[in-house]
Design a protein around this ligand. Structure first.
Ligand SMILES: [Zn+2]
Length: 142
């Protein structure tokens, strides 16, 4: 896969699948976590402070706003908050067998050091962390 030709969404989806084993889950927000802004009688903008979910067209039915939602997939390559979840995941001691001599967490440290994060902007660092994790797991990203 040519990393440079992928969209941010494709990169985030690849990291979600290959590194994080991410699955959609229902947000456990309660009503106090939800902010509404009515845009018209039918349209309402919903923002969840717990998971960051945003919806321009929340559902209003018989005057009641429905806000049950799935937690959005984190944007791993777009910011250090989400990228650090990748670091934490890749720092775990492996619980599954791996292919090759060294475990993925050891390879991750190797690629992490090679990425020279001190020379990166925050956005570049998030991308480099994600690339290091994918490479450590044997995903061919250039
Ligand atoms: Zn939420």
């Amino acid at each position: 896969m040519n990393w440079e030709e992928m969209t941010p969404e494709q990169k985030d989806a690849l990291v979600a699948e290959k590194v994080m084993e991410w699955r959609p889950t229902l947000c456990e927000a309660t009503e106090k976590d939800i902010f509404y802004a009515a845009e018209s009688a039918e349209k309402v903008r919903i923002h969840c402070s717990k998971c960051g979910y945003q919806d321009r067209e929340g559902i209003i039915y018989r005057g009641k706003i429905y806000w049950v939602h799935s937690v959005p997939q984190p944007r791993y390559t777009q910011g250090m908050d989400a990228a650090w979840l990748v670091v934490e995941k890749m720092s775990e001691i492996p619980t599954k067998p791996w292919i090759g001599e060294l475990p993925p967490n050891t390879w991750f440290m190797h690629y992490f050091e090679k990425a020279s994060l001190w020379a990166c902007s925050a956005e570049e660092a998030a991308e480099e962390i994600c690339k290091a994790a994918l490479q450590a797991l044997g995903v061919d990203v250039k």
